[in-house]
Design a binder for this molecule. Structure first.
Ligand code: NAD
Length: 289
């Protein structure tokens, strides 16, 4: 049965731009309805100039909270009363909770990634992983993996501005967790081969493989892929990038970014409601959109 909107109904929101393509409203509203929760989730076109006001409205309207996308995720850090440990290390917020006017910034992108590994039946706790990429998605994943107990992370990026920007950040994350993190030039194939040979998981956290780079792959030599390696791509459009296809053809277990997307939403839902998102109901919506 559809829930009725009443004078008691509370609001959760997505503040982002562009926003109309987002599947989050469908996912969150389906979950609220399924559990009979009196909350609605709406998407608002909010860019960087309107963000401060939009965040104030969370307090003013006694909203449940909000989700943010880039670049709002970074700017929102300055408007929070408190930050979760992950958000503080990542310096980006994708979920805001409202506790009687106290706004806490969380980052569930990394938690979403870590939880999606259960579906892949891969554990990286106490082990080593190799990450290609040094942008927002990579940083969120690296931080959560380090907080959750991954032993070692080898990060590879081409020598662009992301490479320079992440140097100090990785040192800071490593200092504040028990994880050893090293940064390498993606062009160094000898080092990459060695790191991948010691890794349980190889991750693409760049946009290489997505439009307009759908013919490209983040690595060129696929002989480094072995059947007992898990290979993950944060990209979910297309569902199978050329990188994942090549890994699958070499017998590796593979996953695209849909699981990360699903579980970052589930983690936000759980922060807002204290209840588990009904994954079985929500998953098909995501897969078909
Ligand atoms: P970003 O702009 O912050 O980082 C881009 C990264 O890609 C950098 O490391 C950059 O050096 C690298 N890169 C770009 N072009 C490259 C090239 N030609 N060769 C090698 N490296 C290149 O972006 P982001 O927010 O980190 O997003 C990266 C990808 O992750 C995107 O495809 C995005 O859709 C995806 N993503 C997925 C989820 C999810 O839930 N599955 C969440 C966030 C982002």
């Amino acid at each position: 049965m559809e829930n009725q909107i009443t004078g008691h109904t509370r609001l959760a929101a997505l503040f982002a731009t562009p926003i109309r393509h987002s599947v989050s409203p469908m996912i969150q509203n389906t979950a609220f309805q399924e559990l009979g929760l009196d909350i609605v989730y709406l998407a608002f076109e909010v860019g960087t100039d309107g963000l401060k006001e939009a965040i104030s409205s969370i307090r003013r309207l006694d909203m449940v909270g909000a989700n943010l996308s880039m670049p709002n995720k970074i700017l929102a850090v300055d408007y929070m009363d408190e930050l979760s440990e992950a958000a503080q290390l990542i310096r980006a917020v994708n979920t805001i909770t409202n506790d009687n006017g106290k706004l806490t910034g969380h980052n569930t992108d990394g938690t979403g990634f870590m939880r999606s590994l259960q579906d892949l039946e891969v554990s990286i706790i106490g082990k080593k992983m190799t990450v290609i990429g040094a942008g927002g998605a990579a940083t969120a994943i690296i931080v959560q993996a380090a907080l959750d107990g991954v032993k070692e992370i080898a990060v590879y990026n081409r020598k662009d501005e992301f490479y320079e920007n992440i140097k100090a950040k990785l040192a800071y994350i490593s200092e504040h967790t028990a994880c050893t993190i090293t940064l390498h030039d993606l062009a160094n194939e000898v080092e990459l081969t060695l790191d991948v040979s010691e890794s349980t998981l190889l991750l693409n956290a760049t946009g290489v493989g997505m439009k307009p780079m759908e013919q490209q792959t983040p690595i060129q030599d696929f002989s480094i892929i072995r059947p007992d390696l898990a290979v993950y791509d944060v990209i979910y459009t297309p569902r199978e990038t050329e990188f994942l296809k090549q890994a699958r053809l070499r017998g590796a277990k593979t996953a695209n970014g849909l699981g990360m997307l699903l579980y970052q939403g589930a983690a936000a839902f759980e922060l807002w409601t204290g209840q588990e998102m009904p994954i079985a109901v929500v998953k098909p919506i995501m897969e078909n959109n």
